[in-house]
Design a protein. Structure first.
Length: 292
């Protein structure tokens, strides 16, 4: 991904206690941090890009936020898990009153790229308005899933990409003013997209590749593909991959570990989890039923 977060910080009394976990998707970079903060610790932060700060877990004291180094503290949030949307170029100062540990997710947004992907102009006023220390269970749920993908990726790449886009759409309240209808792909676009998926189903396929093939934006392609097939692109791709796995399972001499590797899965357990999700059976059970 070409998008790189542009953030500077100055920390005192704060140390990272686990290796940084991060993932990059189209227009979004996600970081998961686990930090130990001593009493009196402080941090100064400013980012050139809009970001969402999500407290996932907290033990110990609490932190105060200020919009200027000598300004008054903002109202405290006692909720153990909360979010803060920080507009681009808005500085924040934090101060820790007593020792604490915090695990948090930072989401950095390339607003221009996301607006282009979604095919919808973003509201400048909403992008420029901070929302500090608020609670939203829907956004928290999406944030937890994104953090899990950073720590231990377990799904198709489009899974995390879809989560970040869904979170951004909800955060910006996009698409609530008017419904937009999408037409299905033209015949030549559908044939080209399906042929490409079938030929490349054993590797990760980026949505941008399919959009380029059909000369559409990513957002328009996704909606038009589903309108034409009844499935989103990533589900069609996964079903094509599983069909290829089934063809390999028909060869009793091929070990499941070898099939998993050939089909682009992380390991046999990953293959089993995905295969069962698509077919309702494990690969071994499916093979036994066909070969007995």
């Amino acid at each position: 991904m070409s998008f790189k977060p542009r953030m500077t910080s100055k920390l005192e009394g704060i140390r990272v206690v686990e290796d940084l976990k991060w993932r990059a998707w189209n227009g979004v970079v996600a970081d998961v941090w686990h930090a130990a903060c001593g009493a009196g610790a402080r941090g100064d932060y400013v980012s050139r890009d809009a970001r969402l700060f999500v407290v996932l877990e907290k033990q110990g004291g609490h932190s105060d936020l200020r919009l200027s180094p000598l300004g008054a503290d903002l109202p405290a949030c006692r909720a153990p898990q909360h979010l803060s949307f920080v507009p681009a170029d808005m500085p924040l100062w934090s101060r820790i009153d007593e020792a604490m540990r915090v695990r948090h997710l930072d989401l950095h947004f390339d607003a221009a790229a996301l607006g282009e992907r979604l095919g919808e102009a973003l509201d400048p006023a909403r992008l420029a308005t901070p929302r500090l220390r608020f609670v939203d269970e829907r956004l928290l749920g999406l944030a937890r899933l994104i953090a899990a993908e950073c720590v231990e990726p377990s799904h198709h790449e489009l899974y995390g990409d879809g989560l970040t886009v869904a979170l951004f759409v909800d955060l910006m309240r996009l698409g609530r003013d008017r419904p937009r209808r999408r037409t299905a792909l033209a015949g030549w676009q559908l044939r080209r997209a399906i042929a490409f998926i079938e030929d490349n189903c054993l590797r990760n396929i980026r949505l941008q590749e399919l959009a380029d093939l059909t000369e559409l934006s990513q957002s328009y392609f996704s909606h038009a593909f589903k309108a034409a097939t009844g499935l989103p692109p990533h589900q069609w791709h996964m079903q094509a991959r599983i069909r290829r796995v089934q063809a390999m399972l028909a060869n009793a001499e091929l070990a499941l570990t070898d099939i998993a590797a050939a089909a682009g899965f992380a390991d046999q357990a990953h293959l089993t989890r995905v295969f069962r999700g698509v077919t309702g059976q494990t690969p071994a059970a499916w093979r036994r039923a066909r070969l007995d």
